[in-house]
Write a protein that binds this ligand. Sequence first.
Ligand SMILES: NC(=O)CCC(=O)C(=O)O
Length: 259
Amino acid sequence: MKIGLLQMDIIFGQPEKNRQKVKTHLENFVRDEYDFIVLPELWTTGYDLTRLDEISEKDARHSISFIQDLAKEYNVNIIGGSVANQKEDGVYNTLFVVNRSGVLIHQYSKLHLFKLMDEHLYLSAGTDSPSFRLEGVQFGGFICYDIRFPEWIRKPVLDGAEAIVVVAEWPEARIDHWITLLRARAIENQSFVIACNRVGSDPNNAFGGNSLIIDPWGEIISQGSLNEEMVTASIDIDRVKNIRSKIPVFDDRKPTYYS
Ligand SMILES: NC(=O)CCC(=O)C(=O)O
């Protein structure tokens, strides 16, 4: 299973320019025949939250159909990062997943809003399940700040997830937390972690790249730099079974004592 994390810089508040950027990157990289491409959090708008009324999309329609076309054209599954998704009752930060045939198979709106970046003032928290299944693999899909809540990441894993996908705009100032938390989520859940962060900066933050593909033993298989690039790795999902049989954490849990 070949994965590509599109660790891009995001042009602040310019959805059309960002879509063009993604298109160009895919044109340049598709020859490598990926199975999964992952985009970062809020990749159309960045954190231009004060202008969301103007630049967010009704039901994320435009970006979803854009990703659907790319998925079909390049025969690749796309975890379409997240986009600012305008609904009747507010704007959500929504991750969506499109399969190779261009079918939208999953949506998840960020549950934990990050006050330090003003999300609670402009965005609404979602209530969706993070679980989805694609190409015979069970996934949990999360957005940035969510990784600080291990009990939330655990949920899809208890439902059978073997890989955890994360899309993010994580600042460079806390990049040690990003790496440490993601390695911990991989080790404690004995799952692959596939995490795409952005690079570059906006008026408030410089972002830390370091997109990561981590195996279920916690080893980093591939790590991004601070530059715009495609971070890639091929993973063998059977490694999950192998690690889980070596240290049977899931058999040894004592959930009756945990609440
Ligand atoms: N976009 C986010 O959710 C950022 C989360 C973050 O920076 C953190 O430290 O947590």
